[in-house]
Design a protein around this ligand. Structure first.
Ligand SMILES: [Zn+2]
Length: 350
């Protein structure tokens, strides 16, 4: 069985001297290392209960055993509310860890089928947004589920991913995947009609640089869609957890985080609807729209209902303070003028 806390060599870890989004130096502790470890154990138990007991641990990778399960606390920016795992993976540490991340062949096949089906359901909406004959790029193409579905719906799709195992698997499905980071791939200016980042924006150690590169490779009026875990949701749920004395409510809130994939916060950064919007606008994108997304991978319909209903109850019970669900998607358009750049904030990144 995989270890819950995966040790990471010290040189691969770093600390933010200030918020990666707004540059504010005041970062407060939202959850200590002990709470994060307790949440991670709860997440493992929750997903173990959903599958037959003989299910091997490798089939629960990501859901019960995420890549980012090392010992860390969670901090929140006092100004913009963005969350960050502390310590976080350095750019080199992150690339190295995801490059070597290995998955069992049975897990790859079942996840591929699951993702193709999920994206097949989304494609009509995406084709209406981007257009029927488009050249698109996915950053962090993972097992290739989106690329396969996009091709099936008439797009020329290619991906970039640092992961050797998942890139090899996606290529075995006949998909075009460049192994490495977006910056290393060096696409020509204005290559793509749309860029999608479904799985990895929250893992990027240098997100401002990636946004600048996305801007460069997009055609004028090109579209960008980013999905991330909602840091605001995590913060509000954790504060409610501390406030309540009801064991029943406490258990439901903890399950809400676990089923949403957010327990133990296995991500580097928890953007909020407003901090992500501001970042995209500062990077030269316009018409930014943020939407809720329920993202309950491979769980039962009961778990999906719990997250859906739980999010709505939180909205009402807090008089709208928790109006956003556990995951958010931001869609936006590249403007025709040059990017404003953000040298000061870039320098703040450890
Ligand atoms: Zn901030």
């Amino acid at each position: 069985m995989p270890a819950l806390l995966n040790p990471i060599p010290e040189p691969d870890l770093a600390r933010y001297p200030s918020c990666i989004v707004c540059g504010n130096a005041r970062l407060s502790e939202l959850a200590g290392t002990r709470q994060m470890a307790t949440e991670a154990r709860h997440r493992e138990q929750v997903f173990r209960r959903l599958v037959p007991p003989e299910t091997p641990g490798y089939m629960l990778k990501d859901r019960a055993y995420p890549t980012q399960a090392y010992d860390a606390r969670l901090v929140v920016c006092d100004r913009c509310g963005t969350l960050a795992r502390d310590p976080h993976l350095s750019a080199e540490g992150s690339a190295d860890r995801y490059a070597r991340d290995a998955y069992h062949p049975a897990w790859l096949e079942s996840t591929y089928r699951e993702f193709v089906a999920a994206f097949d359901a989304r494609m009509p909406e995406l084709v209406r947004w981007v257009g029927p004959t488009a050249r698109v790029l996915e950053i962090g193409s993972f097992v290739g589920g989106f690329l396969a579905s996009a091709q099936k719906h008439g797009w020329r799709a290619e991906g970039v991913d640092v992961g050797q195992c998942v890139s090899r698997f996606a290529r075995s499905k006949g998909l075009k995947v460049h192994e490495g980071s977006l910056e290393q791939t060096r696409f020509p200016d204005r290559t793509f009609d749309a860029v999608f980042v479904w799985f990895c924006f929250d893992q990027l150690a240098e997100p401002w640089e990636t946004l600048r590169e996305i801007y460069r490779v997009l055609k004028d009026d090109g579209r960008l869609l980013i999905r991330v875990p909602n840091g605001e949701f995590v913060e509000r749920v954790q504060r409610l957890e501390r406030w309540t004395s009801s064991d029943g409510l406490h258990e439901r809130l903890r399950n809400l985080l676990a089923y949403s994939g957010l327990a133990g916060f296995p991500f580097q950064v928890g953007y909020t609807p407003s901090s992500l919007t501001g970042m995209l606008e500062d990077s030269g994108f316009t018409s930014v729209h943020v939407k809720n997304r329920i993202n309950v991978r491979g769980s039962s319909s009961a778990a999906l209902r719990l997250v859906h209903v739980g999010s709505q109850i939180l909205d009402h019970a807090t008089f709208g303070a928790v109006k956003w669900g556990p995951w958010i998607e931001a869609s936006c358009t590249k403007t025709g003028h040059a990017v404003a750049g953000n040298e000061l904030l870039t320098c703040c990144v450890a």
